[in-house]
Design a protein around this ligand. Structure first.
Ligand code: AMP
Length: 542
């Protein structure tokens, strides 16, 4: 027997409509690329998003077509989140930290029709434009007064504020199929070319409900939320959508992500909740300590993207009365998978035991099923001891990558995360290692194989192996191990100079170590685990 409830599709635009109706006066504050602070309300956001939806229609953007953004966290980016997805097109957020060749690959692969960009990225856009065929239109996210007068774009360059001014703000959000695509984010987390994760309206709205819950990111109408995590990295962990759903004030930091700028914004805007990777918080804590400052309103901070060290949890709590919410997720999971919020019986634990719990990545939010398996795929017990491959499934987990022609990454219907974890009897998951061969530095991925492939092009290199080595500031940095040709006089500077220009600047290993051999396993693969054991602390001890 069928239930007799309404079939109301779950659509991204409905989050904005809700925010306008119920929280129209709530503020959105942005530090702009132009240098000043901009503030307006959800009412203004909704009105301008409708204007931009009309502009997109006038530019001939059709449902399902991709619209790229290369932008910081700010109100214009937020308008595009809703104008693009709400009108049925697909918001493709581009990561400006990628090498220009990778960006060009991604834009071509996604077939972006238009790319919107913040002025900071004009030089990057100029380099990309000469390498791609797909976007015919570029839009600078600024007003007429700040438009670049000279530029190297042969394609059409338009002005964001002109588009808004020219178009009417009356627009009916279309009643889309909730399973249609809403946004696209590429991840370079695994080997080979970056892969696109294509979210749907349904997956986005369901994720928003789950991520907002008290034991998840715990967001409400009484919060002022500052997402430091970029809107180009998994939709800023969903916070732009969550803020609309709950009516929270939003505070966008723009390009100023240093400790001083963040602290000033947090204080001026009475931020209660912030979110970012550990590296960002190190800068913030160092600044606040240096000026002997305090947080007047901030009580919680979400730390994810990389493991949160206990020292950071303790520093926030003991020096600043700020609770760390440790969370784990992935681009393929929209991204929230687990959040480390304590259960009632853990509240009375001695501090050191509480910290031990908070070092774990947390409990699965409702909607995410998890299991850990051994090498044969057998499920392992949740005893806090057994560690195995972490697999997940759920309505906001990717089942396939964009344009991969039906090739499924799934194993028996489960998504293999590439993380190795144990799960305790209370359901708290803790990552112990990683089976995927990548390096996560300051919250962003570096492909070890890409570095190895480039290094191997050097005529004096026999073998190049790149591993993740622990780093005090960046969590991990690449370390390059080289076996050189006999008799070669190659030195570290020679290797690093060779990498210059061939990989993104921040991908360049901090050190090169010459070795006589590297360990090879039975299947002919380099045993990176052994090398990680041997050299993993290189930057901590060097
Ligand atoms: P991304 O898709 O770029 O968001 O990266 C997802 C990956 O980052 C995960 O599969 C983990 O390897 C890593 N990661 C995310 N959050 C955490 C965390 N809290 N602790 C440790 N690793 C994390």
């Amino acid at each position: 027997m069928q239930g007799l409830m309404m079939q109301q599709p779950l659509l991204v635009a409905s989050l904005l409509t809700h925010a306008e109706r119920h929280h129209g006066g709530q503020e959105i504050v942005s530090r702009r690329v132009e240098g000043d602070i901009h503030r307006y309300s959800y009412r203004d956001l909704a009105q301008r998003a409708r204007g931009m939806a009309n502009a997109l229609a006038a530019l001939g953007i059709e449902q399902g077509e991709r619209v790229g953004t290369l932008a910081w966290n700010g109100y214009r980016h937020m308008e595009l989140y809703f104008a693009v997805s709400g009108s049925g097109a697909v918001l493709h957020t581009l990561n400006p930290r990628l090498h220009v060749d990778q960006l060009a690959y991604i834009i071509e692969h996604a077939q972006d029709r238009i790319v919107f960009f913040d002025l900071t990225f004009l030089p990057l856009i100029e380099s990309v434009a000469s390498r791609v065929k797909s976007p015919k239109i570029f839009v600078a996210m600024t007003d007429r007064a700040h438009m670049p007068t000279t530029h190297g774009l042969s394609s059409m360059l338009m002005c964001y504020e002109d588009l808004i001014d020219l178009h009417h703000d009356v627009f009916e959000w279309p009643l889309l199929d909730e399973n249609s695509a809403s946004s696209l984010c590429y991840t370079s987390g695994t080997t080979g070319n970056p892969k696109g994760v294509l979210y749907s309206h349904r997956s986005t709205v369901l994720h928003t409900y789950a991520a907002a819950l008290p034991d998840s990111l715990n967001c409400s109408a009484r919060d002022a939320i500052l997402p430091v995590v970029p809107m180009f990295h998994v939709n800023a962990w969903g916070l732009p959508y969550i803020a609309c759903m709950v009516g929270a004030k939003l505070v966008f930091p723009g390009p100023a992500l240093d400790g001083k700028s963040l602290y000033e914004l947090i204080e001026a805007e009475q931020v209660t909740l912030s979110a970012g990777v550990p590296t960002v918080w190190q800068g913030l804590l160092a600044h606040v300590d240096a000026i002997k400052g305090a947080f007047s309103h901030m009580r919680r901070t979400i730390v994810g993207g990389a493991a949160c060290p206990t020292a950071m949890t303790a520093a926030f709590r003991e020096s600043h009365r700020v609770e760390v919410l440790h969370a784990w997720g992935m681009t393929e999971l929209s991204p929230v998978g687990t959040v480390c919020s304590l259960k009632a019986h853990q509240l009375s634990l001695p501090v050191s035991e509480r910290y031990a719990v908070q070092a774990k990545q947390g409990r699965g939010v409702f909607g995410i099923d998890m299991k850990i398996v051994d090498a044969d795929g057998n499920a392992l017990p949740w005893d806090g001891i057994a560690a195995g491959d972490l697999l997940v499934r759920g309505p906001w987990v990717a089942r396939e990558y964009f344009g991969s022609e039906g090739q499924s990454p799934l194993r028996d219907g489960w998504f293999p995360t590439g993380d190795i974890a144990r799960i305790d009897a209370d359901g708290f998951m803790q990552i112990t290692d990683r089976s995927k061969d990548v390096i996560k530095s300051g919250g962003e991925w570096i492909s070890s194989t890409d570095i190895e492939n480039v290094a191997c092009l050097h005529p004096d290199v026999t073998t190049a192996v790149c591993i993740a080595a622990r780093h005090a500031k960046w969590d991990e940095r690449p370390l390059l191990l080289i076996v050189k040709k006999p008799g070669s006089g190659l030195d570290a500077n020679g290797v690093l100079a060779f990498l210059d220009g061939r990989i993104a600047r921040w991908w360049k290993p901090d050190a090169v170590v010459f070795v006589d051999t590297v360990p090879i396993g039975a299947t002919g693969k380099v045993l990176k685990n052994q090398l990680r054991d041997q050299f993993g602390d290189y930057y901590l001890t060097a």
